[in-house]
Ligand binder design. Sequence first.
Ligand SMILES: CSC[C@@H](O)[C@@H](O)C(=O)COP(=O)(O)O
Ligand SMILES: [Zn+2]
Length: 218
Amino acid sequence: MTATFEQRLDAFRRLDDVKMTFARRDWFPGTSGNLSIKIESEPLQFAVTASGKDKTKLSPEDYLVVDRDSRPVDSTSLKPSAETLIHAVVYKKFPQAGACFHVHTVWNNLISELYFGQRAFSIQGQELIKGLGIWEENASITVPIVENFADIPTLAAAIEKVITPEVPGVLIRNHGIYAWGGNDFEAKRHLEAFEFLFEYHARLLQLRQAVVSTTPTN
Ligand SMILES: CSC[C@@H](O)[C@@H](O)C(=O)COP(=O)(O)O
Ligand SMILES: [Zn+2]
């Protein structure tokens, strides 16, 4: 069934809300980033940001609805995000996912470059890991990191291969993060938790370095 007018309006309003919250944090530099909310599972349809828009602004032409092949459901002059295929991969691999958000931040870019050699970033014993829905004591998480292939089908295939249901996110080297959740509230919480963990870890490394370089050796 095609998404109803009410379903679209609800998804677009939710996207507006998330978008403006992230925009206030400067999470969309240079028109980067894209957001989606699932509307229908069978057949898959989701609302996604239009490509190349200034995501710090609201306009009547910010979103469109696409199908499982990332094609617009309605006739429209809007182009779906260039990275819509990645959202589709997430929804197809994890049918329970209801929203997927992508941002480029300095912290996620730094972590993706620092740990690209291991193709993963791991962190343990941080309270904010609970923000990812992982409640065990002293939990550790591993976020996969993929190469930033310019060809989006290649990038989407690389992402499909490494994402797991345990950790709701993936880093793209020197590009950004995709995070998802059962709905927009959960996907936002996951993204915020990841960003906290990345910033904490990068700052910790900096501080340790500063302490080492100012500690007398004798
Ligand atoms: C302008 S830099 C960012 C783009 O290359 C891309 O990575 C991105 O996140 C936004 O693309 P978009 O097509 O607007 O969804
Ligand atoms: Zn991007």
